[in-house]
Design a protein around this ligand. Structure first.
Ligand SMILES: CCCCCCCC/C=C\CCCCCCCCCC(=O)SCCNC(=O)CCNC(=O)[C@H](O)C(C)(C)COP(=O)(O)OP(=O)(O)OC[C@H]1O[C@@H](n2cnc3c(N)ncnc32)[C@H](O)[C@@H]1OP(=O)(O)O
Ligand SMILES: Cc1cc2nc3c(=O)[nH]c(=O)nc-3n(C[C@H](O)[C@H](O)[C@H](O)COP(=O)(O)OP(=O)(O)OC[C@H]3O[C@@H](n4cnc5c(N)ncnc54)[C@H](O)[C@@H]3O)c2cc1C
Length: 645
C-alpha cells in the first residue's frame, strides 16, 4: 500500500531506508520535544540540524531527488519549518523557472550549493492578493542601467515572506517595474539583502521578523523596506522577460509567466497537505484503537472508541480524502513538470489549465485538510487538546495553506473564470473546443441518476452524478453572471454579485476532479488484495462526498430521496467494512515516530505510559516550586492569612 501512496515501490522503499538510516544517527533527532522549546530554541535546534543535513546529505539521500530530500526534511526538521524552507520551496523554483541561463549560472548554482540563502518576497503589508496593486516600485535608471527599488509608504513594506526576517541574505523580490514613467506591472528581481560575510542588512534595506504566528514559528516570516536601493539591470529575472539597456521592454510569451513560483508551490502543496492530514489521522486512529471508553454491549468490557460509528464517521472519510489527495497531488506534480518543460520550448498552451486546476485543488484540499485535522484532534478527546498529541501544531501549519499561495476564496474565483469561459463555449454551441478537464460541461445529462439501479454499483454512475451536479452549478452560476451583465452591470459588478455561486461551481468541479483522480488510480491497481481495500475506501469516499453535495442533485430531481437513503446506507456499510483495515490504512503511510512527533500517536500504543513520561519531562516540572509561586502566590496567600488574623 505504501507503494500506492508514494507512487511506486522505489520511493516507498527509499523512504524506509532513509528512516532506518536516520534512526541510527541520534544527532539528527530532536534534542527534546519541540513543544518544550521557546521559539528561539526551536530556531537554533533547526539550524543545527540543517547544518548536519547539508554536511551529511549525500550519505543518506540522493540530493537530486526532490522526494528523498522532502522525506529527509520531514523526518529531521519537521513541519514547523526551518531557516531555509522558502529557499527550497520558492527561491530555487523561481530562479529555475525565471532566471536566464547566465543568471542561473551566477545564482542558481550558488543557491543549490547553499552558499547563499534566499526567499520569495512578494506580499506587502497593504497587498497580498491583488498583485497588480503592489506598491514596491522598481524604477529603471537608463543612465546607470540600474533599477531603483523603493518602498514609498508603510503599506508597501514587504510583509510575510518566509525566512526573510532573520535567515535569508537574498530574495526574489516582486515589484512594479516602471520604465520612462510607464508601469509594466509586477516583475521579479534578484536582490541582495544582507552582507554575505557579516549578515548585516545592506545599506538602504530595513528588515526584520514579523513576530509569532498561529504555528510554523521556526520560520522567520519577515518585513522588508527599500530606501532608493539600487540593483543592476541584469538583476531582473530575464528568462522570459527582458529589459534592454536603453529601457526597451521585451514581452514574455505569456503575461502571467512571472507567477510560476506560486504555481510551483500550489502544485506541490497538494501532496504536502495530504501528508499532514494523514499525520493527524494516523495519530487519531491509532489512539482510537487503544482508548477504551463506554460499552456497546453492557455484558462486555469497555470498547475501543474506534468501534463507535460516530468515531468511524469522524475519521474514515478523512482517511479516504488523504488517499484521494495524495493521488490527485501526484497527477498535479506530473502536470506541473510537463508544463515547466513545455514553457522552456515556448509552448505556454497548458498554463491556463494548470493554473485553473491548481487554484481549485489548492483551495478545496487545504480547506478539507484543515477540517479533517480538527476532527482528528477532537476524536482524541482531552488528549487531543494537549500538545503531546502534536495535532494542534499540524492543524496550525496545514491551515496556513488556506491563506498562503492565494487566499482560498480568491483562488476559487480564478478557477471560476476558466469555468465561465467554458460555459460560454457550451452556450455558443462550441463544446468541441472544451479542454479535457471540462469536456463534461458539454455533455448531455441523463434525467435521473441510476446509482441504486446498477447491479454492482460501479463508479461510473457516481462520476456521472458528480458531473451532473458540477455542470448544473457551473452553467447556473455563469447564467447568473451573464444575466446581471445583460441587465447593464459591468462585468466586475456582475462578477461580485455572483461570486458565492461561482465559487460553489469551482468547488464542485474540483471535488469531481478529486473523485476522478481516485477512480483513475484504483483502476490501475493490479494486486487484488490492495485493489479490494482501495475500492472499499473509494466507495466510502464517493458516498460520503455525494451525500455532502446531494442538495444540488435533489433540487432538480436527479437524485430521489430513496436514492439518498441508498447512498447513506452504502456509507454506513463501508464505515463498518473499513474498520478492520483502519489502522493498517494509516500505518501504510509509514510515518516513523520521529516524523510524527506525537506522544499520543506512537506506534507502540503505550499511550498512558508515554503521556505520563512526557508530562514529567515538562519544563514546569523541573522544580516543585516555581519562582512565580515564591514571588507572588506565596505572599498573596500569606497576606490573606495575615489579614484574617
Ligand atoms: C513529488 C514530490 C513530493 C514532495 C512533496 C512536496 C510537498 C511540499 C509541500 C508544500 C510546500 C509548501 C510550503 C509553503 C510554504 C509557504 C509558502 C507561501 C508563499 C506565498 O504565499 S508567496 C505569495 C503568494 N501570493 C499569492 O498567491 C497571491 C495571489 N494572487 C494571485 O496569484 C494573483 O494576483 C491573481 C491570480 C489572484 C490575480 O492576478 P492578476 O494578475 O490580477 O490576474 P487576473 O486579472 O485575475 O487574471 C488575468 C488572466 O490571467 C490568468 N492567470 C492568473 N494567474 C495565472 C497563472 N499563474 N498562470 C496562468 N494564468 C494565470 C487568469 O486566469 C486570467 O485569465 P483569463 O483572462 O480569465 O483568461
Ligand atoms: C504562513 C504564511 C506564509 C506566507 N509566506 C509568504 C511568502 O513566503 N512570501 C510572500 O510573498 N507571501 C507570503 N505569505 C502571504 C500570503 O501569500 C498572503 O497572505 C495571501 O496571498 C493572502 O493575501 P492577503 O493577506 O493580502 O489577504 P487579503 O487579500 O487581504 O484577504 C482578506 C480577505 O479578503 C478577501 N478578498 C481579497 N480579495 C478579494 C477578491 N478579489 N474577491 C473576493 N474576496 C477577496 C479574501 O477572500 C479574504 O477573506 C504567507 C502567508 C502565510 C499565512
Amino acid at each position: 500500500m505504501a507503494a500506492q501512496i508514494y507512487s511506486g515501490e522505489k520511493y516507498a522503499s527509499r523512504r524506509r531506508e532513509i528512516s532506518a538510516n536516520l534512526a541510527k544517527r541520534p544527532e539528527f533527532h530532536d534534542s527534546k520535544p519541540l513543544p518544550f522549546m521557546t521559539r528561539e530554541e526551536k530556531i537554533l535546534e533547526s539550524s543545527r540540524k540543517l547544518t548536519l543535513i547539508s554536511k551529511h546529505m549525500n550519505e543518506i539521500i540522493d540530493p537530486s531527488d526532490k522526494r528523498e530530500l522532502y522525506h529527509l526534511n520531514c523526518e529531521v526538521l519537521g513541519i514547523e519549518g526551518n531557516p531555509m524552507a522558502l529557499h527550497g520551496d520558492m527561491f530555487i523554483p523561481a530562479l529555475t523557472a525565471q532566471a536566464s541561463d547566465e543568471q542561473q549560472e551566477k545564482w542558481l548554482s550558488r543557491a543549490l550549493r547553499r552558499e547563499i540563502i534566499g526567499t520569495y518576497a512578494q506580499t506587502e503589508l497593504g497587498h497580498g492578493t491583488n498583485l497588480r496593486k503592489l506598491e514596491t516600485i522598481a524604477t529603471y535608471d537608463v543612465d546607470t542601467q540600474e533599477f531603483v527599488l523603493h518602498t514609498p509608504q508603510i503599506t508597501a513594506l514587504k510583509w510575510w515572506p518566509g525566512n526573510l526576517g532573520k535567515s535569508s541574505n537574498y530574495a526574489v523580490v516582486v515589484a512594479l517595474m516602471i520604465i520612462k514613467g510607464k508601469n509594466y506591472g509586477p516583475q521579479t528581481f534578484m536582490v541582495p539583502l544582507r552582507d554575505e560575510k557579516t549578515h548585516q542588512p545592506l545599506k538602504g534595506i530595513t528588515i526584520g521578523d514579523i513576530g509569532p504566528k498561529l504555528a510554523y514559528n521556526i520560520v522567520d516570516n519577515g518585513f522588508l523596506g527599500f530606501d532608493h536601493y539600487r540593483i543592476p539591470r541584469t538583476n531582473l529575472l530575464m528568462r522570459h522577460t527582458r529589459v534592454e539597456p536603453d529601457g526597451t521592454f521585451v514581452k514574455p510569451p505569456h503575461a502571467k509567466i512571472n507567477y510560476s513560483a506560486m504555481v510551483h508551490v500550489r502544485s506541490y502543496m497538494i501532496t504536502g497537505q495530504a501528508i499532514m492530514l494523514a499525520y493527524a489521522l494516523t495519530i487519531a486512529t491509532r489512539y482510537s484503537s487503544v482508548r477504551r471508553q463506554g460499552q456497546i454491549d453492557t455484558t462486555q468490557p469497555e470498547v475501543k472508541v474506534l468501534e463507535y460509528q460516530t468515531q468511524q464517521h469522524r475519521l474514515f472519510p478523512s482517511i479516504a480524502r488523504a488517499y484521494a489527495f495524495v493521488f490527485a497531488g501526484a497527477e498535479t506534480v506530473r502536470l506541473y513538470e510537463r508544463v515547466l518543460q513545455e514553457v522552456e520550448t515556448g509552448n505556454v498552451s497548458l498554463m491556463a489549465d494548470l493554473h485553473a486546476l491548481t487554484s481549485g485543488l489548492k483551495s478545496v484540499v487545504t480547506h478539507q485538510t484543515a477540517q479533517g485535522i480538527e476532527q482528528a484532534r477532537m476524536a482524541c478527546g482531552g488528549h487531543g487538546y494537549s500538545q503531546a498529541s502534536y495535532i494542534s501544531e499540524i492543524f496550525g501549519v496545514a491551515v496556513g495553506g488556506c491563506t498562503y499561495e492565494g487566499e482560498n476564496l480568491v483562488m476559487l474565483q480564478q478557477l471560476a473564470r476558466y469555468l465561465v469561459k467554458s460555459a460560454g463555449l457550451v452556450q455558443a454551441g462550441q463544446s468541441s473546443k472544451l479542454g479535457p478537464l471540462v469536456a463534461y460541461l458539454g455533455a448531455k445529462s441523463d434525467s435521473t441518476s441510476l446509482i441504486d439501479r446498477t447491479p454492482t454499483p460501479g463508479f461510473a454512475e457516481y462520476v456521472k452524478t458528480f458531473q451532473h451536479i458540477a455542470r448544473k452549478q457551473t452553467l447556473k452560476a455563469a447564467q447568473k453572471l451573464f444575466g446581471f451583465m445583460e441587465k447593464g452591470d459591468t462585468r466586475e459588478v456582475a462578477w461580485n454579485k455572483s461570486t458565492v455561486e461561482l465559487n460553489r461551481a469551482s468547488r464542485l468541479h474540483t471535488r469531481l476532479y478529486i473523485v476522478e483522480a481516485f477512480v483513475r488510480r484504483v483502476e490501475e491497481v493490479a494486486d487484488p488484495r490492495l485493489k479490494e481495500v482501495l475500492t472499499d475506501l473509494l466507495r466510502l469516499h464517493v458516498n460520503y462526498e455525494l451525500l455532502d453535495v446531494a442538495a444540488y442533485a435533489l433540487e432538480d430531481g436527479f437524485l430521489s430521496s430513496s436514492q439518498l437513503d441508498y447512498i447513506r446506507e452504502q456509507l454506513y456499510f463501508y464505515l463498518a467494512k473499513i474498520r478492520p483495515n483502519a489502522v493498517s490504512l494509516v500505518d501504510s503511510w509509514e510515518f516513523s515516530d520521529r516524523e510524527l512527533r506525537s506522544v499520543l500517536g506512537r506506534r507502540d500504543g503505550n499511550v498512558y505510559e508515554n503521556l505520563f513520561a512526557w508530562a514529567k519531562a515538562s519544563p514546569l516540572n523541573k522544580t516543585d516550586v516555581l519562582p512565580s509561586v515564591d514571588k507572588y502566590l506565596k505572599p498573596l496567600m500569606e497576606s490573606a492569612r495575615a489579614s484574617k488574623l
